[in-house]
Structure formats: structure tokens, C-alpha cells
Write a protein that binds this ligand. Structure first.
Ligand code: MLT
Length: 385
């Protein structure tokens, strides 16, 4: 059967491909250690699980949830933004729960783009910014993130013809895959750029709570004027080890949220209420579990940086997120080195070029693996060299 053109243009999803390779190797008897996807191995904290367990028992929660999320969950999100970032949000118009932030990011181009219009997409980046754009029949303009510019896009390099047609600017700090962070003046410039050119900023902030060395990550919405031009996507996935629960949200500009809500009410039927109650517990309960996870990731980050530097592999020491962005040793391309590590060490890493052409020359190592397996993976990589 002939597939739609937009599907023919859609690359296979990076982690679905990686999963396929892992399954093949495991079938062949290889003890594969995956440093591929960022998927916390530690369990969701018990107080959050307990809320779900109780909520599941209530038959009221077995019915369709509200399209716009439980009022109590929207209020919990607004109140967390107030406490954590000092950002005031109207839970009725400026907060919309999502079935994981990936769902909202994939759908936002449908709400904001027409054919012939553009998303400005960082390169390298989380693949969903550009694939969501393809699904909406839009075009992506890639903005290189290079080490010399601290992995921040240079907005002045986007040509005026593209700027005129651009409707969306995707940004993501703490950054996946580079681990870079955004300084305040950069965010101020982004708001000004978006305001001047009538572009909606879609700021993806799922790693704001996973920070190291005393660094505290901001919300984009703390930037003066941000709410007039943009929204922020967030998620419980990485903060509370809840990737499998599929729960996140978008907050900020009410017009953009209204447009995304129109797409979503026609596409999905909301989030299981029991999961939303668990989300309230996550946001309103003790945050000690988050501090604990930051310590764990910081320890793993240090181990990776130290081991790689011992074998001459240079890596930027990230202040946040759960990845190390490392330069591949001379003579290898990203894909060749990822293949070498898989074939010779049974270790999966993500090739940098899978996040965009400017990722060539790098690999991404995820810290979401138990310490002993991480140590073993690093030992195996060392030996393979
Ligand atoms: C990643 O590894 O980049 C993320 O876990 C993917 C995601 O958040 O969907």
C-alpha cells in the first residue's frame, strides 16, 4: 500500500531503531548494556506509586478523564511553578496536561504551522521537533549548536526569508543531547526575537530538576515577556522516574495552549485520572527523592567524564540533564564509533549525528543505568580501544 508522502519523509524513530539493534544482539546472546535512551532505572518513589494504587480502586477514575486534565492536577502544576520558579499561571487557561511532553511537542506543529511555514529547530536536537514538523506538513530550518557557542543557536544567522516564514522556535535547556544550559541573557534575546518576528517559542524543559554542582535551572517563563510569546513543555518522566507513566504538561501563553487543546480534544481523550492523582502527589509531596536522584546522576557523570578522559576521549562536563556528550576519538565518525562500541564492547551509545548533522563527531552517553552496569560498560569501552 502506498504511504502518505509525509510518512515517506519521516525517518525511523531513533530509539525504536536502537531498541531493534539491542533486541538483535541479545537474541545472539550478547549481554548488551544500553547507554542509549534516557530512561531512569530507579523506581518511581513509593509515595507516588501509593497514590496511584489507591486511585485505581475508585470506579470514578475508570471513566473518561477530562479533556483538559483534572482541575486539581492543573492547580498542582500552577502551584509548583509558583513555588519552584516564582511564575504565576492561571490553571484554567495557562496549563494543559499532556500524555507525556513528547505528545504535546509532536502535536504543537499541527496547532501552529501551515504548509510553507517553518519551525526553527536546533541541530543537534530531540528528533520530535523536526518529525512533528514533518507530520504537520511544515518545514524545519536547522540552527547549528556548536561547542564554540556553548551549544546555543545563533539566531542572527537565520536568514530573513526564513524568519518571515517561521512560526515556531524550539528550544531546550538543559539541553538534550549536549547537556548545555541557557544563560539568562540568551533567553531574553529569544523572547525579543520571537516578539519582533511573531514566532511562538516552544521551550522544552524536562531536565530542569536534574542539575549538578549547585546549578539551578530556570523556567523559560521566568524571562520577562516570555508568556506573551511562548509556552514551556515539562514532564514528570525524568524528575520522578516516571517515563512509563506518560504524564507531562504545557504551560504559558493561553492562545497557544488553546490551539493545542483544539488539536488534542480531537485526537486523544486525556490522561487516566489515577495517574494525574499520582502526579499531584509527585509535585506537592517531598522533593527529597529528586535531590537523591541528582546526587546519583552527578556521581555517574563524574565517573563517565573521568573514565573517558583517561582514554583520551574529550567530553563536556554537563551541569544538568542525564547525558554526557562526548567527542568520538579521531578516525571514527559518530556512527562508526557507536557501531564499534556495540560490536566490540556490547555497549549501546547514541551516535551524535542521529540528532542532526551538527552532532557528527559526538556520541551521547545516557546516565540512566545502574552504577555497576555503567562501570562495566565503561571498562568494556576502554578495553575495546
Ligand atoms: C532521550 O533519551 O532522548 C529521551 O529519553 C527520549 C524522550 O524523552 O522521549
Amino acid at each position: 500500500m502506498r504511504q502518505a508522502k509525509r510518512i515517506m519523509h519521516l525517518p525511523p524513530y531513533l530509539f525504536a531503531e536502537i531498541d531493534r539493534k539491542i533486541a538483535e544482539k541479545r537474541k545472539a546472546g550478547v549481554d548488551v548494556i544500553s547507554l542509549g535512551i534516557g530512561d531512569p532505572v530507579e523506581p518511581t518513589p513509593p509515595h507516588i506509586v501509593e497514590t496511584l494504587r489507591e486511585a485505581v480502586k475508585d470506579p470514578e477514575n475508570h471513566r473518561y478523564p477530562s479533556y483538559y486534565g483534572l482541575q486539581a492536577f492543573r492547580e498542582a502544576i500552577a502551584s509548583w511553578y509558583g513555588k519552584r520558579f516564582g511564575v504565576e499561571l492561571d490553571p484554567d487557561t495557562e496549563v494543559l496536561p499532556l500524555i507525556g511532553s513528547k505528545e504535546g511537542i509532536a502535536h504543537i506543529p499541527l496547532a501552529l504551522l501551515d504548509s510553507g511555514t517553518y519551525s526553527l529547530v536546533p541541530d543537534p536536537a530531540y528528533p520530535v521537533y523536526s518529525t512533528g514538523t514533518i507530520l504537520a506538513n511544515g518545514e524545519s530550518h536547522f540552527m547549528p549548536l556548536v561547542r564554540e557557542n556553548d551549544f546555543l543557536p545563533d539566531l542572527s544567522m537565520v536568514g530573513s526569508d526564513i524568519v518571515r516564514k517561521a512560526k515556531v522556535l524550539f528550544l531546550n535547556y538543559p539541553n538534550n543531547p549536549t547537556g548545555a544550559i541557557a544563560p539568562e541573557d540568551f533567553l531574553i534575546d529569544c523572547v525579543e526575537f520571537a516578539r519582533k518576528n511573531g514566532i511562538a517559542v516552544c521551550y522544552d524543559n524536562p531536565y530542569s530538576e536534574i542539575t549538578f554542582d549547585g546549578y539551578v535551572a530556570p523556567s523559560f517563563l521566568q524571562t520577562p515577556g516570555a508568556k506573551e510569546v511562548g509556552v514551556e513543555f515539562h514532564s514528570l518522566s525524568k524528575t520522578y522516574n516516571m517515563t512509563g507513566w506518560r504524564i507531562g504538561w504545557v504551560v504559558g501563553n493561553s492562545g497557544i495552549i488553546d490551539a493545542l487543546g483544539k488539536v488534542k480534544t480531537n485526537v486523544d481523550s486525556g490522561i487516566f485520572n489515577a495517574i494525574q492523582y499520582a502526579g499531584i502527589t509527585a509535585l506537592a509531596g517531598s522533593q527529597d527523592c529528586v535531590k537523591e536522584m541528582c546526587k546519583i546522576y552527578e556521581r555517574r557523570r563524574d565517573l563517565v567524564i573521568e573514565t573517558l578522559s583517561g582514554v583520551g576521549i574529550e567530553a563536556v562536563k554537563p551541569k544538568a540533564a542525564i547525558y554526557v556528550w562526548a567527542m568520538v576519538p579521531g578516525g571514527y565518525s559518530s556512527a562508526e564509533f557507536a557501531t564499534h562500541v556495540l560490536e566490540k564492547a556490547g555497549v549501546v551509545v547514541s551516535p551524535g549525528n542521529a540528532y542532526g548533522p551538527s552532532g557528527e563527531g559526538y556520541i551521547r552517553i545516557s546516565l540512566s543505568v545502574k552504577d555497576n552496569r555503567l562501570k562495566e560498560a565503561l571498562e568494556r569501552i576502554k578495553e575495546s580501544l
